[in-house]
Design a protein around this ligand. Structure first.
Ligand SMILES: NC(=O)C1=CN([C@@H]2O[C@H](COP(=O)(O)OP(=O)(O)OC[C@H]3O[C@@H](n4cnc5c(N)ncnc54)[C@H](O)[C@@H]3O)[C@@H](O)[C@H]2O)[C@@H](O)CC1
Ligand SMILES: Nc1ncnc2c1ncn2[C@@H]1O[C@H](COP(=O)(O)OP(=O)(O)O)[C@@H](O)[C@H]1O
Ligand SMILES: [K+]
Length: 510
């Protein structure tokens, strides 16, 4: 597990390091520059012509120092300052003076075409407003050249808080970020602008890191060790019972994908509760699943409801929504689950759309709607909306969420007992003040049914005994890894949801 910070927290960590622990800012700057140089040297040679393009803040100071180190090692380096020297920070002024004393060339106009390597040290985490004027122009020019671009700390113009482009941003080949990962490098579009990212250790002391509350965390391969253990002395009951309430007339795929994914993820038993018409297809495609119909015409309504209740009591975790439709029956099923379930519930797809319609009848106000959902659902209920579904729940435009997905996740979860899995190219899972950002997966997964697969996978993790929030984070991570495995084989164009299910084993067996 690794942590990520926004700009405010990064400054807080810097402050403790410099002002309380008293490590001089110039020492940190030197180490940041050395790390930047290490990365750059992996991709250049002595014939390279390097231009460090620098802003007035400490980001610019890092760039000047990196340029100076390369110059002293015999590389061809020049520095372009985009500001009036008086306006530089104290540390950056020192860097300018050193570079001048050494006789390094300072360019006084843009001659980007005379260079093939750019060090982008224009703006770092101190970016506070949209990029305009000469900054905008030079960034545009950098992006138009074919030069290899190394961004210092973060591509200039990317918000460290949201990953948004603040009007104009550098498209880097590599980004060397210091100490701790930044939210803006994990979230799109920042993640794409950054190119390959290295988190470089520049000696922030553990004490400073400990005193800084992380804004989010993310998983890497080592976190697969969090998978629930399977012991030899066990049976199918040991690994839990997943009830998938999904599908409707003419819609069976979602139920199939969800149920199969739950089995591939290790659930002991999976039961599909769907419309009677789906019996043959589900039993043919997935004979391992138990089957139950929610609309049998050989039963009175009360008898049918008793059967549904029996299924709820049988389950150790319940999925409701994929392909369920928004019929009267679907509404009724969701009410029964909300009122009667005594185990964790995952609400997805049409389950969420139905919830949104209930909310529409009660309030247009975002906070009120969040309060209503929170009151309606049991502690620890998991909601797995994609952006459109979340926009319906919140009663806001999709752009309201995409402008600041972390902030929205925070608003949804801060005062809530629910777990929100906000699905996107970088899915965010939020519970209370904890936020997970997922970095696995690829654009081949933007295909019908991949969300249904995820729902089944989360259910299987809960069925095997994981707490709901941890189960959701780990399932989201593995879902992306399985998508990456599937993509290796099928490629991003041809990848289909079932390929993700079929690749789960490649992630889990190692
Ligand atoms: N303080 C520390 O301990 C360390 C800081 N480091 C570097 O310092 C950076 C942060 O430095 P600063 O806080 O000085 O901030 P930056 O260097 O990121 O930029 C801040 C400057 O840019 C201006 N600015 C902000 N948005 C602008 C816009 N849209 N257009 C034009 N000007 C704009 C601000 O007014 C300010 O003058 C980090 O990203 C990192 O590169 C590193 O040296 C490592 C240690
Ligand atoms: N570009 C992408 N990169 C990574 N993951 C993606 C991308 N596009 C979609 N996904 C993942 O695929 C799933 C899509 O879910 P959803 O939209 O609910 O699909 P469906 O409703 O068709 O099942 C989510 O888990 C999402 O995170
Ligand atoms: K930068």
């Amino acid at each position: 597990m690794k942590f990520a910070l926004n700009s405010k927290s990064t400054k807080h960590m810097d402050d403790i390091t410099v002002n309380e622990i008293k490590i001089p800012a110039l020492v940190l700057m030197e180490r940041a520059a050395l790390q930047t140089v290490e990365r750059i040297k992996e991709r250049i040679d002595k014939s390279s012509r390097i231009l460090a393009v620098c802003g007035p803040g400490n980001n610019g100071g890092d760039g000047i120092a990196a340029g100076r180190i390369l110059y002293l090692q015999g590389y061809h380096v020049a520095i372009l300052l985009l500001f009036d020297e008086e306006k530089a920070t104290e540390q950056t002024k020192v860097q300018i003076e050193i570079a001048k004393n050494l006789g390094i060339t300072f360019e006084n106009s843009n001659k980007l075409h005379e260079y093939n390597i750019i060090i982008d040290a224009i703006l770092g985490v101190g970016l506070s407003r949209p990029v305009t004027g000469i900054y905008e122009n030079i960034i545009q020019e950098i992006n138009q050249t074919k030069n290899l671009v190394f961004s210092v700390d973060i591509p200039s113009g990317i918000s460290a808080d949201t990953g948004a482009v603040l009007n104009m941003a550098v498209r880097a080949d590599e980004t060397i970020t210091f100490g701790v990962q930044k939210l803006g490098l994990l979230l799109y579009p920042g993640a794409e602008y950054a190119g390959r990212i290295t988190v470089a250790d520049i000696g922030f002391p553990e004490a400073a890191i400990q005193q800084t509350e992380p804004d989010a965390f993310y998983y890497e391969a080592e976190d697969l060790a969090k998978l629930p253990i399977r012991c030899n002395y066990s049976h199918k009951g040991t690994y839990g019972k997943v009830l998938v309430i999904a599908g409707s007339k003419g819609v069976s795929g979602a139920a199939f994908l969800s149920a199969k994914a739950a089995y591939r993820m290790g659930a002991g038993l999976v039961k599909v509760l769907t419309c009677a018409d789906n019996r043959e297809i589900i039993q043919t495609l997935l004979p391992e699943a138990l089957f139950e119909a929610y609309d049998r015409n050989d039963m009175q309504k009360s008898e049918q409801n008793r059967e549904i209740l029996k299924a709820l009591r049988w389950a150790s975790v319940i999925v409701i929504g994929p392909g369920l439709g928004q019929s009267e029956k679907a509404n009724e099923l969701l009410s029964i689950v909300i009122n009667e379930a005594q185990v964790p519930v995952i609400i997805d797809a049409d389950g969420l759309n139905i919830l949104a319609r209930w909310l529409d009848k009660q309030s247009n106000d975002l906070e009120k709607r969040l309060e209503l959902v929170n009151d309606l659902l049991a502690d620890g209920t998991i909601l797995t909306p994609h952006l459109r579904e979340l926009s319906r729940i919140l009663g806001e435009e999709v752009s309201f969420i995409t402008d600041n997905i972390i902030d929205t996740a925070g608003r949804c979860s801060y005062n809530s007992k629910l777990i929100h899995v906000i699905k996107d190219a970088r899915t965010v899972v939020a519970h209370k003040n904890k936020k997970y950002i997922n970095i696995s997966g690829n654009n081949g997964m933007a295909t019908g049914g991949s969300g249904d697969v995820l729902t089944g996978m989360i259910a299987a993790m809960i069925a095997q005994g994981m707490p709901s929030f941890e189960a959701a984070c780990l399932a989201v991570y593995i879902h992306g890894l399985a998508g990456d495995e599937a993509c290796k084989e099928k490629g991003p164009y041809s990848l289909m949801a079932d390929d993700i299910v079929e690749a789960i084993n490649k992630v889990l067996k190692n």
